[in-house]
Ligand binder design. Structure first.
Ligand code: HT7
Ligand code: ZN
Length: 894
């Protein structure tokens, strides 16, 4: 398939000023009349009009009311004989499509009897012929006509201007969106839905109607989504000065959806997973995700919708910025400094486990890619999470007030436009001319153009005579073979120094002009491949705390001994680096054990050093620390993260080492786990706030550890308590944590608990997803999990057609359970290939996501590597491979 290249961007030859769409909705055959007013773009030489289409049946084309000649070239509709002047042309196009056959869930589709659309990135062309590109922005009017009994609710973007009955039991609704928008933000919904409604008055006195639409029966699960929407509106107004610009803002939930949610103007469409939440059915993590995704989509209204992307290479312009904004929103909502740190740790964990792996593998691409075959494959952690880190670094370099000045300038310059990542960076820098960002803008923008994760090496030298401490930092970023050398990035390194007893050291920076008082923290801007920085008045060798709050998306190498790590873990004023010290320590122990000579991968491997146990115990016993923070510190680096640190990966070995250390933590801290459970398991009336969620998380971890210990001693008290809790808990978090403790530690009671859980929740789709996912994530013992998953695929509640269900079982096994997936007999990879092939025929976007499970196959040790290669080859040799899957597999194999 041909590649689309960033360099080939050319402005459109035509503009579409207005679009008037009429839909006759029918699942088998929907008729679409598209009336457009177009005019030539005077800045572009005269050329034919080429409209994008995909899977459409064309019935008729009229130009200014007359039949017109046209050609179909591939999927495009080409009109070559349009008037050459600059006057407007009215074009009418009649097409039909088949929503009920649309299993790709892009364009117009039916989910549980309701019509939905998904147009980003290129779904609108599956609804009608159009200039389906984000820089063509139009005013839309939409008329929906459908059976009133089957589709009582008819929604589209903007304001409802008219509605009424038609003949034959049909009715209509007419919508008008006052904002110009690109086609990817178009949406319609039609079906039997009910809404939670709330009228709000904004700061400027304007009234708005907020609605959350769901299927009848789900209304009681919408309170949290509504509260999250209101909180998002208030937050964007307060922190960014950005008000809601619409009279009506609607959210609609669907259970069949390829991604999390979609920010269509005024009519956001959501995966039910990110709308529905009740104490009985949703965990604390679900509640937090609803808040964050509702926030994310709402924040797009300005960063994405009011200012959109010039082309899809600029995707991170809206996604990186909006993820940054939703991360900040969640942190502000969490409240305390330590709750903010917990959110930051969670975000960094995702970045380092998934994005760093992407950046080091065959699908690596810059935050602003240079080429793609299928744009849907580029909704990646690099575009989203690394893109957010790039925005965060800008924020660090200009400060909060400077960032707000930059955002203001960005909107002054570009409101209503389709722009580039350069335009954004320029606005932030221009609003802060004296900042290090403005000073280093061009090299800073290498974050947009260079793929890969920079490595920073740090070493310190203490001069006892001069009482100085000099930090020496170098950076490197290796390009894959055949690509041009990478140039130095601009890396903000937030740092502090600690005395051996943990006290913060005052920082006197030595400069050419003398000394500069930096308080206790300094941000060094590393912009060369090598830099030195010296601090004076240092009475003893200090412990460096570098890259505080993970101030740049880099891999930091420094050789800290156990003393230094312990000082940081116990005393650093930066909670992120406290956590990081514990992780580094545990990681070092685990990597050493993994690399130790062994005959079998599962040979009894690692020993947890007593000193690390004692340090962790001290963390658990520190009364001022947040429970959520303790839970994170006591979570060992994941198997996937450990694999990322190794050049050759033996997944079974990693699993054996991690399991062994986990077991030792369970045993060595047994008394503490018991005390923690006793102190934290009763959180009173359920509230999903950060504080009580943290308490439940720590109680859950304690219960798990106690059951894990019991699984080795044969003792039955804790499994008994867990069983009880899995039956009687008053909320899903506690219930699910108890079930997980039983199932993941292979308790005899697990089967009964699982059966009970299924019986209780068999009518709750999102809870059933958890039930499937839990079983696919059980730590493997002698290859028992793959057959269990294969059996679960035969379960009457399983279907490959529903993306959430497919993800809950198949993706969990292939992406989140390395020891069950990477089997020495290669059966995991064969299963993966079967599922990629099956999904390819149903939903290419979901299939392409699954196709990425073997991204890192070249790093695998034998026999895994050969088996993986064979599975990849089998997928590659399929005849009807979608371009989505083909692009992924081709890249994996090169
Ligand atoms: N902007 C959206 C990205 C998206 C999407 C959403 C749902 C289904 C298919 C999709 N393709 C692309 C989601 C977001 O980032 O907010
Ligand atoms: Zn987004």
């Amino acid at each position: 398939p041909p590649e689309v290249r960033r360099q080939d961007y050319a402005p459109p030859a035509w503009w579409i000023d207005t679009v008037d769409l009429t839909f006759d909705l029918d699942p088998a055959k929907t008729r679409v009349l598209n009336k457009m007013r177009l005019r030539r773009n005077p800045d572009v030489p005269v050329q034919p009009l080429r409209l994008d289409g995909d899977s459409l049946n064309l019935a008729r084309v009229l130009v200014n009311g007359q039949g017109a000649s046209f050609k179909l070239e591939g999927q495009q509709l080409v009109l070559s004989q349009l008037p050459e002047g600059d006057e407007a042309v009215e074009l009418e196009i009649f097409t039909t499509c088949q929503p009920e056959k649309n299993t790709l869930l892009s364009g117009l589709f039916v989910s549980q009897g309701t019509f939905f659309t998904q147009c980003e990135a290129e779904g609108f062309r599956r609804i009608t012929y159009f200039l389906d590109r984000p820089d063509v922005m139009s005013i839309y009017s939409v008329t929906l006509r459908a059976s009133k009994a089957a589709y009582p609710v008819l929604l589209s973007n903007g304001n409802l201007v008219e509605q009424g009955d038609l003949d034959d039991g049909r009715h209509f609704a007419r919508w008008h969106d006052p904002f110009r928008k690109p086609s990817y933000l178009f949406a319609l919904v039609a079906g039997t839905l009910v809404a939670r409604e709330q009228a709000i008055r904004a700061r400027n006195g304007k009234e708005h109607l907020l609605q959350v639409y769901v299927r009848p029966g789900d209304l009681e699960k919408t309170e949290h989504a509504m509260q999250s929407l209101i909180a998002s509106i208030v937050w964007d107004e307060t922190r960014f000065g950005l008000p809601l610009d619409l009279d009506r803002f609607m959210i609609v939930a669907t259970s069949d959806f390829n991604m999390g949610a979609m920010e269509n103007k005024g009519l956001n469409i959501f995966n039910t997973k990110f709308v529905l939440a009740s104490q009985a059915t949703a965990t604390d993590v679900d509640f937090a995700n609803v808040e964050s995704v509702v926030g994310h989509e709402y924040f797009h209204n300005w960063t994405g919708n009011r200012i959109t992307c010039r082309d899809w290479f600029q995707l991170s312009l809206k996604e990186g910025l909006t993820v940054f904004r939703d991360q900040e929103f969640s942190m502000d909502m969490a409240g305390s400094a330590s709750a903010r740190a917990v959110k930051r740790i969670e975000d960094v964990r995702l970045l380092r486990t998934v994005q760093f792996a992407e950046d080091a593998g065959p699908q690596a691409h810059p935050v602003r890619p240079d080429a793609y075959q299928e744009i849907n494959n580029f909704y990646t952690v690099t575009i989203y999470e690394k893109g957010a880190e790039v925005v965060r670094m800008m924020h660090t370099l200009v400060g909060e007030a400077g960032f707000q000045r930059g955002m203001k300038l960005y909107f002054e310059r570009h409101d209503g436009q389709a722009v580039t990542c350069d335009d954004f960076a320029q606005a932030i820098a221009d609003a802060n001319p004296d900042s290090p960002l403005a000073q280093h803008l061009e090299p800073f923008k290498r974050w947009y153009s260079q793929a890969g994760t920079p490595h920073v090496h740090a070493s310190g030298h203490y001069d006892s005579e001069q009482q100085t401490y000099t930090l020496h930092l170098t950076q490197s970023l290796t390009a894959p073979p055949g690509q041009p050398d990478r140039q130095a990035a601009v890396i903000p390194v937030k740092l502090g120094l600690l005395q051996a007893d943990g006290q913060p050291v005052p920082l006197w920076l030595q400069t050419d002009d003398g000394e500069q008082d930096c308080g206790h923290e300094h941000t060094l801007v590393l912009h060369q491949s090598e830099q030195r920085i010296t601090f004076g008045r240092i009475p003893q060798p200090p412990v460096p705390s570098l890259l505080r709050s993970f101030s740049a998306p880099v891999v930091l190498h420094q050789s800290l001994d156990d003393d230094a790590l312990e000082t940081l873990l116990q005393h650093d004023s930066d909670p992120f680096n406290r956590w990081e010290a514990g992780q580094q320590w545990a990681q070092r122990v685990m990597l050493e054990a993994i690399r130790q000579p062994h005959t079998e991968a599962t040979d009894a491997p690692a020993r947890l050093p007593e000193r690390l146990v004692a340090a962790l115990r001290q963390i658990l016993r520190e009364p001022q620390l947040d429970a959520a923070f303790k839970d994170l510190v006591l979570t060992l680096p994941s198997e996937n993260y450990l694999a990322e640190q190794l050049d050759t990966v033996d997944p079974q070995r990693i699993h054996a080492v991690r399991q062994s250390l986990q077991q030792q933590l369970a045993q060595a801290l047994h008394d503490d786990w018991r005390t923690l459970w006793e102190q934290h398991h009763d959180t009173g009336a359920y509230r999903p706030d950060a504080h009580s969620s943290g308490r439940r998380a720590l109680a859950g971890k304690a219960l798990f550890m106690l059951c894990l210990h019991a699984s080795h001693t044969g003792e039955g008290i804790w499994p008994g308590k867990a069983y009880q809790q899995s039956k009687d808990a008053n909320n899903m978090t506690d219930r699910f944590n108890a079930l997980l403790a039983l199932v993941h530690t292979h308790q005899p009671l697990a089967e009964a608990a699982l059966a009970r859980f299924h019986q209780q929740f068999h009518n709750e789709a999102l809870v059933l997803d958890k039930w499937f996912s839990l079983q696919a994530s059980v730590p493997d013992r002698q290859g028992d999990i793959l057959p269990a998953v294969q059996q679960l695929m035969q379960h009457p509640d399983f279907t490959l057609k529903n993306p959430n269900r497919a993800r809950s079982l198949i993706f969990t096994l292939c992406n989140a359970n390395p020891a069950a997936f990477h089997r020495a007999d290669g059966a995991g990879y064969q299963f993966w290939a079967d599922q990629v092939i099956a999904l390819n025929g149903l939903n290419a976007q979901v299939a392409a996501r699954l196709a990425r499970s073997l991204d890192a196959w070249r790093k695998l040790a034998e026999p895994y590597r050969s088996h993986a290669n064979a599975a990849l080859q089998r997928v590659a040799s399929q005849k009807n491979l979608s371009k989505d899957v083909r692009e992924i597999i081709e890249k994996s194999r090169t």
